[in-house]
Design a protein around this ligand. Sequence first.
Ligand SMILES: *Cc1c(COP(=O)(O)O)cnc(C)c1O
Length: 560
Amino acid sequence: MAVDKTTFALARMLSSELVTLQSAKTAVFWYLILRNFVRAVRHLRARGLLTAAREAYLVLVRKGFACMLLLPSVRNKVQGELDQVTLDLASKLAPKFPDAPTYTALPDKGLTAADVSAALAKLSDLPRTEWEGGRVSGAVYHGGKDMGDIWRDAFSRFEVSNPLHADVFPGVRKMDSEVVSMCLSMYRAPLPASVIDDGGAGTTTSGGTESILMACKAYRDRARAEFGITEPEMIVPVSVHAAFGKAAMYFGIKIHHIPVDKKTRQVQIAKVRRAINANTILLVGSAPNFPDGAIDDISALSDLAVKYRLGLHVDCCLGSFLVPFLERAGYPTVPFDFRVPGVTSISCDTHKYGFSPKGSSCIMYRSKSIRKYAYSVTTTWPGGVYATPSMSGSRPGALIAGAWASLVHMGIDGYTQSCREIVGAAKRIADGVRKDFAGDLYVLGDPLVSVVAFGSVTEGQGNGKGCAPIYEVGDRMSKMGWHLNALQDPPALHIACTRLTVPAVDDFLRDLRLAVDEVKALEEPGKGSMVMLYGLGTGSAVGGQLIGEMATRYMDVLYA
Ligand SMILES: *Cc1c(COP(=O)(O)O)cnc(C)c1O
């Protein structure tokens, strides 16, 4: 009887245990269903039904294409074509220079200083694109003829320095911190009274991309530590720099690219709002963006950031030392800096319109409480306690000295003047395109800074006849020595004006006239590189795949 009772009790316990297990399973099941459902709803809300469907379709086509590539005949054909493209690329980009000194392994016996110098001279004299005449968009952000001497002075005085060892190189530490302070004050950050007070803070980095990477990492780690967000998402304009996509890939952040308004080229605020959910950590705006030079509506983004307590990064990598000087230079401007309450970080490239040597940028935060998440600290490394503010360990002190020297050489007066000239050139180009090319070309948006983008009036509206396909225009301009950037969606070209562009504006408009007229008289499509590359349709499933493969080959070629 006693045994029976015990057995019964045991059986009851077991069965209730089973029931609990069963209900736990059920709970997990429904939890997973619910979680995926919430994810799907959020995804659809952010992307919109149409885009989500298109993305799904692209994935399918890509899978199909990958399957087709499994067929040896198809694979061999595609491979053969790609190999041909690679060889063509190599002959263009990495040609053999029989007269140039070439070392693919260390020389057995080291060269004398004189021989090294002679070799360097030959390498710097290789045939190349001429940029001095101002026909290259962006690329060379020249600070005037004295700047080279100023750099060389800075480099030679700090040639072995490395801010990783602040005690060994106190001057570099000081300059590094002052470059950040100068940027913070330019961008109107709340400045801390002393090192123990909170307030605007930042670090220097190796360039705009690293600045952006650092900001994204900081927001990701802050969200994990302070809000428990393990599946972070960020919302960026489709026009934002590619570095944000890179950050998303590197740091495992889901990224939503929000379309821009066709007329203003600013990110569509209503769509940004719709993409916000509990996993959102960051909104981004550009001032200005790279493709068409539009400045997003930072105030409207700020309202959203404040309301939903999100980070708001403003990418001023390109705006760098132009946007803060627009007002002083007498041009119209819009809010973009830390005076906008929701702005929590800004990236600013000293190596663009700051005219610093390449490899220099600054990332700024409204508060040290954000910057600390950009830091990397390891206390248990056998090599010692190791702490670095950004990606690199050792850093080139010479470049920091070069940046500091450039900034103090230019000063507020110098940057105001360069802003007046460069933005003036951009405005003359925009006005010229609007006035003299009215039937053929249009200017994208209303550029306030240095980039002017223009497309063909009828292109993209289903009628290519009688107009000038813009990539054809680009290829004609290339033949005349101009290096403009090709944009997609919509097809367009842009020129990022620099100091070198200023004296070349009239030439630009004259050559553009020739190019447009030539293209309008064209009987059949040309075979220029811009037409070939972008004519494939990089946004289509297979075109995108092939061009992605070509871009990979391109990088292989660079190291050929
Ligand atoms: C140039 C640029 C960057 C970053 O570029 P780096 O080449 O890494 O210095 C970021 N955003 C915009 C808008 C830019 O034009």
